[in-house]
Design a protein around this ligand. Structure first.
Ligand code: EPU
Length: 431
């Protein structure tokens, strides 16, 4: 089993470049299937989730070429509507194939989904919306069996601004007959980037006021070229790591506009940073301050920034509160941190401000973090992708040598993570 051995106590220094966004690139690879002409995507990260997505679309008959972050997808050769059983439970991308496959074949068969275990992660919003658009979908033990002669537009009011459901409806709506309106939709930068690609392919797609997407179906989409936006989760992860290790790091391609809420939290925690057009530089804080933090859908503080930020708060002087409002079970990683010396108490109540949709459940979705607590090295197993990076930075500031297993979770989403950290001076060996 592959593991990282991390020697703590070295401040990170130098420059690191942010790769393309996982959560944009993987969806955009699926959007390419809506055209039978080649689509060229630049800045596609070299990560496990992209490999899984490419393997899946290749198995559907799509021609893919890959060179230095540029991927050309030619779905003119798409030959089957059945996603292979071997893609079962690898990640959550296959569900997004329903729209494109229904348009191309009138039917689609998708195996059960995988992805990080951070809550129940149902797909009821996706399925309800597609049914409203004219699909009939059967959920079997094996997966989802969908049929639709022709998808049509609909007004869909999402119960929660789900990222995946918004993307799924978009991918179905661009070629549907008539207009689709998605109310209470997600408006994350990765979704806006997906919309930009779809528009470049010939779609008519508009972001209206109040989280509403309006999409007028067109008869066909054509090939184009598109550059994937930089990954704001990777950017925030490096900025946090730099601040925590007391280092000085310039994170190239960290875009202020995608990181506004994150940068506000950094400022409140007393982390100095400088913004330029090329990126963001973080330097060591004289004293980290505790803060109250609430995760939310965009433009709120991302749930995927929460885990590295909690490590930062373990080193702040006082009591911080973190309220997770997107996923009911995203603090599972805290236990291993306690083993390293962190003081993190989990609560079912909504602490810190507003009451969220989990307030009547027994979900431990609020955390009280008491700092500063020096961390000591430990042997830790990564439970999910974002927790993985937070363990890495915890190990980078811990006293002694930590052994981290379950590293395949990290490699699903962070391109050349060890190479990048080592370039910044981190002492890590891979075994
Ligand atoms: N939800 C439902 N029903 C649905 C869909 C979602 O109840 O049909 C609930 C979920 O259970 C969750 C909430 O709505 O409580 C939000 O889920 P959402 O659909 O927005 O998440 P997702 O599309 O499955 C994506 C990212 C996640 C990221 C979230 C939130 C990808 C592949 N995944 O997940 O990223 O945390 O949006 O921004 O884009 C990661 O990259 O490590 C990751 C987990």
């Amino acid at each position: 089993m592959k593991k990282y051995i991390v020697q703590g106590g070295v401040p990170l220094k130098g420059e690191v470049t942010v790769p393309g966004a996982k959560n944009a690139a993987t969806k955009e690879l699926i959007a390419c299937l809506l055209s039978d002409e080649p689509v060229v995507l630049h800045n596609v990260p070299d990560i496990g989730d992209v490999d899984v997505t490419l393997e899946m679309i290749r198995a559907l008959g799509v021609k893919v070429t890959q060179e230095n972050g540029t991927v050309t997808v030619d779905a003119g050769t798409l030959k089957t509507s059945r996603v292979e059983e071997q893609q079962r439970r690898k990640n959550r991308i296959p569900i997004l194939l329903l729209g494109p496959l229904l348009h191309r074949f009138g039917e689609a068969m998708i195996p059960r989904l995988g992805g990080c275990e951070i809550g129940a992660r149902p797909v009821n919003f996706h399925l309800d919306a597609l049914e409203k658009m004219g699909a009939t979908i059967q959920c079997t033990d094996d997966g989802y069996d969908a049929k639709a002669k022709k998808l049509h537009g609909a007004v869909i009011d999402l119960p929660f601004p789900s990222v995946g459901a918004t993307e799924n409806i978009m991918l179905a709506a661009v070629l549907a007959q008539g207009t689709t309106t998605i109310k209470n939709a997600a408006v994350e930068p990765e979704i806006v980037d997906l919309a930009a690609l779809l528009q470049a392919m010939g779609a008519i797609i508009n972001l209206d006021v109040n989280r509403t997407w309006v999409i007028e179906g067109v008869a066909s989409l054509h090939g184009t070229e598109h550059r994937v936006i930089p990954d704001r989760i990777v950017a925030a992860s490096f900025l946090t790591a730099a601040a925590l290790t007391g280092g000085d790091v310039f994170v190239r391609d960290a875009r202020q506009i995608d990181l506004l809420t994150f940068l506000n939290a950094l400022r409140r925690a007393n982390v100095p940073f400088e913004i330029s057009e090329e990126g963001i530089r973080v330097t060591a804080s004289k004293q980290l301050k505790p803060i109250v933090l609430e995760t939310d859908v965009h433009p709120g503080f991302m749930t995927d920034w929460q885990q590295p930020f909690v490590i930062l708060l373990t080193q702040a002087d006082g009591v911080s509160i973190v309220h997770e409002t997107v996923y009911e079970d995203r603090f599972g990683y805290a236990q291993a941190l306690e083993k390293m010396g962190a003081k993190i108490q989990l609560h079912c109540e909504c602490l810190g401000g507003k009451s969220c949709r989990f307030h009547e459940h027994d979900y431990r979705h609020s955390a009280v973090v008491v700092g500063p607590t020096p961390l000591k090295a430990a042997d830790i197993e990564i439970p999910d992708l974002r927790a993985g990076f937070s363990y890495l930075i915890a190990a980078l500031i811990a006293k002694g040598s930590s052994t981290i297993t379950g590293v395949e979770h990290i490699e699903r989403g962070y391109e050349d993570i060890i190479g990048r950290l080592k370039k910044l001076g981190a002492k890590i060996t891979v075994k």
